[in-house]
Design a protein around this ligand. Structure first.
Ligand code: FMN
Length: 242
């Protein structure tokens, strides 16, 4: 509403672009649910000129970074209302195995950035979306000389009760770091998936050749591989067994 989340999004964008300029990156805003009369009373400035998102847009992305201005320690109703309209994507599993990160802003230092991210994770879990935490190597979270937003859950900013505190340089740097890390994780997955798919196709076509040369062969190379594959289960104590 007061553009802090928008400012963080712009920094995250810079971080993503620093990794690979070929990544297609789009910023959106969710539909507003409050009447203009109420927004005026809240001294809300005009909204940034961003397209309004629809659920289908989520299905096109490999990764999604959600930015929440905290409301009572969790995401705003506007965002919840948008996410509640993604039932069709849920039933088709369209968001399964996509990646998501979270960033947020609060008026106060302990106003709920962690709970905002934590409570949003239920949406990710139900959609089968893989959550990517911040994983920042920057030293700021261990320092006490300056108030900063953000933490392991994602970048963040503290706006002050009248929303007059600008996003600080450290918060901006952390946001860029989040974008960079997120892009690296998503790109690694997307590129790796392509390699695996290409290898699988090659293997299948070499199987076809083997079978056409020796049609009596009872088991193909791929079949053999599948049969010898181990199934991994994780048990209660310290070990990983098959
Ligand atoms: C209804 C309402 C509830 C809010 N709840 C919280 C809260 O729980 N904790 C907090 O620190 N700030 C709270 N705020 C302040 C907003 O989080 C803050 O204005 C927002 O993060 C600013 O981000 P923006 O500039 O992107 O709008 C609340 C604001 C509103 C209007």
């Amino acid at each position: 509403m007061y553009t802090h989340v928008y400012q963080l999004a712009q920094e995250i964008k810079k971080g993503i672009e620093s990794t690979d300029s070929s990544i297609q990156l789009d910023l959106y805003q969710v539909p507003e649910t409050l009447p203009q009369e109420v927004l005026t009373k809240m001294y809300a400035p005009p909204k940034p000129e961003l397209p309004i998102i629809t659920p289908e847009v989520l299905a096109e992305a490999d990764g999604i970074l959600f930015g929440f201005p905290t409301r009572f320690g969790s995401m705003p109703a506007q965002f919840k209302s948008f996410l509640d309209s993604t039932g069709k994507l849920w039933s088709s599993g369209s968001l399964n195995n996509k990646f998501a990160g979270i960033f947020s802003s609060t008026a106060t230092q302990h106003g709920g950035q962690e709970t905002t991210a934590y409570t949003a994770i239920t949406y990710l879990a139900h959609h089968g979306i893989i959550y990517v935490p911040l994983v920042s190597k920057l030293p700021y979270f261990g320092q006490t000389d300056e108030i900063i937003g953000g933490g392991p859950w994602g970048s963040g900013t503290i706006t002050g009760s009248d929303a007059s505190r600008p996003v600080s340089d450290r918060e901006k740097e952390i946001a860029r770091d989040q974008g960079k890390h997120f892009a690296e994780v998503v790109s690694t997955y997307v590129k790796g998936k392509k390699v695996i798919e290409t290898e699988k196709k090659k293997e299948e076509s070499s199987d076809e050749i083997v079978e056409s040369i020796n049609p009596t062969r009872s088991i193909s190379k791929t079949e053999k591989k599948k049969k010898s594959k181990k199934n991994w289960f994780c048990c209660g104590k310290n070990d990983l067994v098959d």
